[in-house]
Design a protein around this ligand. Structure first.
Ligand SMILES: Cc1ncc(COP(=O)(O)O)c(C=O)c1O
Length: 337
């Protein structure tokens, strides 16, 4: 059973649709059969605020309001979907947003960064080495900066992945399982892209609390399997401590596929771009090159290899990120002409 949800602010358009991908299912089924593939359209949680982060930010902003905060500080890469969502959420709620960004400020803002700017978020760029080494100090610096100007800031960790943010995907798991129930099945598998671990943590914990016979697998887009095995448990342990709930994190079923990270975070090989084009042309589904495209490409390879042969229904959670297509436009050159 899911314990009482903490205060949250309704920002997302929920429930998001659950849709079958029948042309993809047919193309990737094997002679012995294969699952019907469904997509949970969390890319439709909103327009500019679209994607998985909005579910988490509903709970984060609920806590910010409870604590009397008027400022949100968070961090990420230059093309962070999480930062873009936070920037627009802040604008929607009339809060200041400070973004701590990794890398060099580009001459021209594109994709998510352009939307950060449109939303009026303040941005500060740091070289990657400094960003990784000094992140807690950078958060403290900006928190003190705003306090000095009479503001109270809430610091949101990378991807809003912690014991508070994962509430968004505990609720997401409840919604997804209900969608499936209404269509007459319980999915054997749910898969999603995993980057800071919180979406996977929330789905994993939600499925467990609801006693679903559903295996949640995160397809890693960075780091490695050991990292996510640990990070998902860490977020769930934090949730358990915050909410006074007993969870045996050692006994949790955490599944990570780290075989499709490719060259590295936000860098993909050509087959990923081809999979993105295939999802768009076969199903009208827009995936991104950093998260959902990589995870979806990995899923298609696993389907081809027969990994899900005995499964009846599999749900791919589309976690958004479509603004990330544009800064990588040159990678789609093969489509020209
Ligand atoms: C579009 C998109 N999909 C998936 C993820 C991964 O979610 P999480 O950070 O909760 O692992 C992210 C962010 O990291 C994202 O922006």
């Amino acid at each position: 059973m899911i314990p009482r949800y903490p205060p949250h602010i309704s920002l997302a358009r929920l429930p998001t649709p659950l849709q079958p991908l029948d042309r993809i299912s047919e193309k990737y089924s094997l002679p012995g059969g294969g699952p019907r593939i469904w997509v949970k359209r969390d890319d439709l949680t909103e327009s500019g605020m679209s994607g998985n982060k909005l579910r988490k930010l509903e709970f984060v902003t609920g806590a910010a309001r409870e604590q009397g905060c008027d400022t949100l500080i968070t961090c990420g890469g230059e093309q962070s979907n999480h930062c873009r969502t936070t920037a627009l959420v802040g604008a929607r709620l009339g809060m200041h947003v400070q973004l701590i960004l990794r890398g060099d400020a580009p001459a021209v803002a594109d994709g998510n960064l352009l939307l950060d700017r449109l939303a009026g978020a303040a941005t500060a760029f740091y070289p990657p080495r400094q960003f990784f080494a000094e992140l807690p100090a950078l958060f403290e610096h900006w928190k003190a900066f705003y306090a000095g100007r009479g503001h109270k800031a809430l610091c949101i960790p990378t991807g809003a992945s912690d014991g508070l943010g994962i509430w968004g995907y505990i609720a997401g798991a409840e919604e997804l399982l209900q969608d499936c129930r209404e269509r007459g099945f319980e999915p054997e598998h749910v898969v999603c892209a995993t980057g800071s671990g919180g979406t996977q943590a929330g789905l994993t914990l939600g499925a467990q609390l609801l006693q679903a016979n559903t295996r949640v697998t995160g397809y890693a887009v960075c780091d490695n399997e050991a990292y996510f095995q640990n990070k998902v448990r860490e977020d769930i342990a934090h949730w358990s401590a915050l909410n006074g709930q007993q969870v045996d994190t050692g006994a949790l079923d955490v599944h990570v596929n780290a075989d499709y990270i490719g060259p590295g975070y936000a860098v993909a090989d050509e087959p990923v771009y081809r999979a993105i084009a295939e999802a768009a042309s076969l199903e009208g589904l827009l995936l991104d090159p950093v998260y959902t495209g990589k995870a979806f490409y990995g899923l298609l390879q696993e389907l081809r290899a027969g990994r899900y042969r005995d499964c009846g229904n599999l749900v791919f959670v589309h976690t958004g990120g479509q603004f990330g297509i544009f800064p990588q436009r040159e990678k789609f050159a093969h489509l020209e002409g």
